[in-house]
Design a protein around this ligand. Sequence first.
Ligand code: ZN
Ligand code: ZN
Length: 187
Amino acid sequence: MVDSELQFPSRGGRWLKLNAIPDDGSPLEEDLLVRVDPVGGYSFPQGVVFHLSVSRTGGNLLFRVSLRGEGAGECARCLAPVGFVLEGEDVFLVTIGGEVSQEAFQEEDFWCNLDTWADKIDLAPMLWEVLASSLPSRVVCDDRCLGLCPFCGANLNRGPCACGGAPLDPRMEALRIKLQELGEEER
Ligand SMILES: [Zn+2]
Ligand SMILES: [Zn+2]
């Protein structure tokens, strides 16, 4: 099912009616295909599929949100297009009414307190949180990617470049040292 109401992050708002969640503790399960705008240098041409499982626990609501999508980005070393699988999962505890206990605040999973009169909850912030925390900090086309020549910019995966690796200019030399440092941090 394509969720036409929601597109991240430009069009938010996907409400879930609380009375749809069973009273007997069994979960309400739902799959949502969400369109996602390019974010963090990545795009998701096919959208991202979220799986939602909500159940009542005590007076609270427990949300399990997982996602899967095909991402497209650029190799951090050679800038070639790279496809990757985006996967993630998180759990959110939503309390209804009353005080939020200190322990709940310290719980990693704690998310929010809902007013007692609320009859629906916006899923968008939860879905977005799982998506944002699943994004890779960088992707590479291959662990052995040789990257670009810091002197002439040639793609070294296609073979040695013609520049011979000599600094052309003091500013290029500074850039080369910087790139080398970054490369060492990666390891
Ligand atoms: Zn690469
Ligand atoms: Zn070169």
